[in-house]
Design a protein around this ligand. Structure first.
Ligand code: SAH
Ligand code: SF4
Ligand code: F3S
Length: 477
């Protein structure tokens, strides 16, 4: 995640920077098998979408579809889409032009739109895009085999029904594009928060939590397959709640974290995303008690100004947010905190923008994902407020935010020089096969020269010698 800390030059391509980090773009591929039907899937957007693609792969496997790395040879091309910003949707539209060419050469190829853009635009797809055979929303993936069957008969099929219950708890995901060491586990779906800028509650529906025992079983299964790190995913993990229908026993997020941490002391546990309004001290104490729960919290602030936060309907103010950071500092002193920030939200003044800058400095974020506001049709903000900050002002403010965060990240990383960290080796570093790369508990990427006998999946003690704003460089001790 740290390799893509956005730079000033990256300003015009913030979404691209993000795609390499929390928001990935993935062209996923694997083995070909003759005689079987083949599907090819590309995923865009957040980790949740990537996790969903693994569920889709599992459902398709059950009905005899095998994944292929070769789009040209596939019978079914799927694109798991994101609607979070306009740019994300434009990227998907561009990919469709590529699929169109393939369909011209192989007219039998089916094309399916999955995910958040399927949900947002629903039937409209069939009018707008003649190449689309299937439109399937995030809660309808179990219906894929039926829909594909009907599409094979020449029908164009849509299922975008959102569910109050679906968690895919019983489906064992087929791990796509995996490093074999780290994996995602979805613990909940949807979001009930209604932040005024955000399209997610509309594309993903109501919040619901997954049976904790199925989460623990999935973590234990991954550990047995030699995975060493799981990231528990939800739009707002702190509001995880589950009640045992038989005993009435309740499980909250802190309880779930402890349960997963007990799978093995060698299995690291991460989670994303935390919401400042819900992140309580119980979670922090649970983190402090378990060595293998990583000391890293992604706690998006969005804005440092209380009036803007109110317009955003974030339901906390600057003082509340600062109190949460202070609680983290007190209970988990070695914890790193990162953020998401939106520049140029409706009516934001220069002074209010300064409050965001001062928050970055005060909170001392190890890194942030930074965006300028992109109005999304149908959201509260689109209906209630004018998108009145000119684009050049949004970009200039974003530029200032990125410049400051880059300096704060560098300072944060330089403070680690001389320290020794436990690093989970994930594989070769991007730049050299003589070096390993892995992350420390604080989620910082650490690169260090290899030593014989060490392999991906091992824990190494690494002393930090140097740092950039994105990476720590060290040596084994
Ligand atoms: N559930 C998470 C975030 C999900 S979306 C949370 O509440 O923090 C990831 C990030 O995209 C958000 O944190 C926000 O910073 C950004 N984002 C969402 N909608 C946006 C919009 N309309 N314009 C610009 N950025 C947006
Ligand atoms: Fe969107 Fe807010 Fe829900 Fe996050 S918490 S997904 S920003 S509505
Ligand atoms: Fe995008 Fe949907 Fe995730 S809008 S950020 S893929 S929940």
């Amino acid at each position: 995640m740290y390799d893509n800390n956005p730079t000033l030059e990256g300003l015009k391509t913030m979404d691209e920077a993000r795609q390499g980090s929390v928001l990935f773009k993935e062209h996923w591929q694997t083995s070909d098998a003759p005689g079987l039907k083949r599907f090819y899937i590309e995923s865009y957007g957040c980790q949740m979408n990537f996790s969903d693609s693994e569920i889709v792969a599992s459902i398709l496997n059950e009905v005899g579809y095998v994944p292929t790395r070769n789009m040209e040879q596939s019978d079914l091309i799927l694109i798991n889409t994101c609607s979070i910003r306009e740019k994300a949707e434009e990227t998907v539209r561009k990919r469709l032009r590529v699929f169109e060419n393939i369909k011209k050469e192989r007219p039998g190829t089916m094309v399916g739109i999955l995910g958040c853009m399927a949900e947002r635009l629903k039937k409209q797809w069939l009018e707008e895009e003649k190449l689309v055979d299937l439109v399937v929303g995030p809660d309808a993936y179990r219906d894929l085999p039926n829909l594909i069957g009907a599409a094979e008969d020449g029908n164009r099929m849509v299922n975008v029904i959102l569910s109050r219950e679906e968690t895919y708890a019983d489906i064992s995901p087929v791990r796509l594009n995996t490093n074999g060491i780290t994996a995602f586990i979805s613990i909940m779906r949807g979001c009930d928060n209604m932040c005024s800028f955000c399209v997610v509650p509309f594309t993903r529906g109501r919040e619901r939590s997954r049976d904790p025992f199925s989460v623990v079983a999935e973590a234990a299964d991954l550990f047995a397959q030699n995975y060493r790190e799981v990231t528990l995913l939800g739009q707002n993990v702190d509001s995880y709640k589950w009640e045992n229908p038989d005993t009435g026993e309740k499980t909250d997020f802190a309880d779930l974290l402890a349960m997963v941490a007990q799978v093995s002391p060698l299995l690291r546990v991460r989670f994303s995303t935390s919401h400042p309004k819900d992140m309580d001290d119980k979670v922090l104490h649970t983190m402090a008690q378990h060595h293998n729960i990583c000391k890293y919290i992604h706690l998006p602030v969005q804005s440092g100004n209380s009036r803007v936060l109110e317009l955003m309907n974030r339901t906390y103010d600057r003082a509340w947010y600062m109190n949460r950071i202070e609680a983290i500092r007190q209970i988990i002193p070695d914890c790193a905190v990162s953020s998401d920030i939106i520049a140029g939200f409706c009516t934001e003044t220069e002074e209010e923008h300064q409050d965001t800058l001062s928050m970055i400095e005060w909170a001392n974020y190890s890194m942030s994902y930074m965006f300028f506001y992109s109005e999304r049709p149908g959201t509260l903000a689109a209906r209630k407020y004018a998108d009145d900050i000119p684009e050049e002002v949004k970009k200039r403010r974003l530029n200032e935010i990125i410049r400051l965060q880059t300096a704060v990240s560098l300072r944060h990383n330089q403070a680690d020089i001389g320290k020794t960290f436990e690093v989970l080796i994930e594989g070769d570093s991007r730049k050299s096969d003589q070096d390993f790369a892995g992350r420390n508990s604080q989620n910082k990427m650490v690169v260090f020269p290899k030593r014989e006998g060490l392999r991906p999946g091992d824990y190494a003690q690494v002393r930090i010698k140097d740092a950039t704003s994105a990476t720590l460089l060290g040596e084994l001790v």
